[in-house]
Write a new protein. Structure first.
Length: 112
């Protein structure tokens, strides 16, 4: 069964797209946890970061650099947080690797 992100990539489900290129898609989260909450995910279905292979290293770097570029585009000069959840105890709710970009509010520590 396709994940929600695969269905968004296939345009079966609408989304507010922030960025798209040949490797990834970035959308506004429908349940934002901060004033800015964007999800960046690869078009290649990788279940989670722990399931990524050595050949995925360029793609993983691309996701982080894309998130940083989106943060600049959205004016998050004061700072932002990137979150990658892995597995049920890590807060993963969709088994498709994705990066949460959160900003425009102070972020507490520890995060969880």
């Amino acid at each position: 069964m396709a994940t929600i992100f695969e269905r968004i990539i296939a345009r079966e489900i609408p989304a507010r797209i922030v960025h798209e290129d040949g490797l990834c898609l970035a959308i506004h989260d429908i349940q934002p946890q901060a004033p800015v909450h964007v999800i960046v995910f690869p078009k290649k279905p990788i279940p989670r970061v722990a399931a990524a292979a050595a050949e995925d290293q360029p793609l993983l770097g691309h996701l982080l650099l894309t998130a940083a570029a989106i943060a600049r585009q959205l004016g998050l000069e004061e700072g932002f947080r990137l979150v990658i959840n892995n597995g049920p105890h890590g807060g993963e709710s969709v088994p498709h690797l994705h990066v949460h970009l959160l900003g425009r509010r102070p972020m507490g520590w520890p995060p969880g």
